[in-house]
Write a protein that binds this ligand. Structure first.
Ligand code: HEM
Length: 182
């Protein structure tokens, strides 16, 4: 295995792990606030899982990006990590990478403001926090368009099921209302 291949594998594994952490964070986050699942609102294990994975994705996402920066074949530059659509890829590749950058920026904003909850105006905080749904959709597209393993049957069975579960829970929350924060 060459060094480039090592960083490529590391980039893929950490990207998928970061995706898993973010999926758990979003699914548990919407579950503890959905009016349909009232009894779950006070479930401390779910709340802890939400808070733990909301942080866990950061080192995994960081490893994903750093590995792909070291993989010379991927041709990702440090600027691509924060500014979208600058890469020298073809149109689809540029879109895929740019969406990853947007997802990264949005999730970083949600994570940073997540810690500042007590110091922010409540309504502004809530709307910024909801950007996590948009970030998830953008990140999903990034992985579908750019990933090597994401569309394999084994991986896509898990990822599409997660997206479906999130869609159903989000719809339930819209239809049955939102529980207040505890
Ligand atoms: C929250 C942020 C991000 C998450 C959760 C994420 C997650 C993922 C996932 C799940 C894949 C598919 C891996 C596979 O199919 O094996 C992927 C692929 C990829 N990502 Fe990200 N990504 C993020 C941000 C970024 C950023 C900012 C960049 C660089 C600017 C980037 C570069 C890439 C590249 C080059 C691939 C293709 C790797 C391959 O050859 O399979 N990602 N990402």
């Amino acid at each position: 295995m060459t060094l480039d291949q090592f960083f490529w594998v590391l980039g893929r594994v950490s990207g998928l792990s970061s995706f898993a952490a973010l999926s758990i964070s979003l699914v548990t986050g919407v579950a503890i606030r959905s009016g349909l699942l009232g009894p779950l609102a006070a479930n401390r294990a779910l709340k802890s899982a939400h808070e733990f994975t909301a942080i866990l994705w950061i080192p995994l996402g960081g490893l994903h990006v750093v590995s792909l920066l070291f993989d010379q074949t991927a041709r990702v530059s440090p600027l691509d990590v924060v500014v979208p659509f600058l890469s020298g890829y073809d149109a689809v590749g540029r879109l895929a990478l740019g969406l990853g950058t947007i997802a990264f920026d949005l999730f970083a904003l949600v994570a940073i403001t997540g810690w500042l909850r007590g110091r922010m105006e409540r309504r502004a905080w809530t709307w910024i926090h909801r950007l996590a749904y948009l970030a998830f959709a953008v990140m999903f597209l990034h992985a579908v368009l750019g990933g090597s393993d994401f569309s394999s049957p084994e991986v896509s069975a898990l990822t599409w099921s997660t997206a479906f579960a999130l869609g159903v829970l989000s719809l339930a929350r819209v239809l049955w209302g939102r529980l207040p924060a505890r």
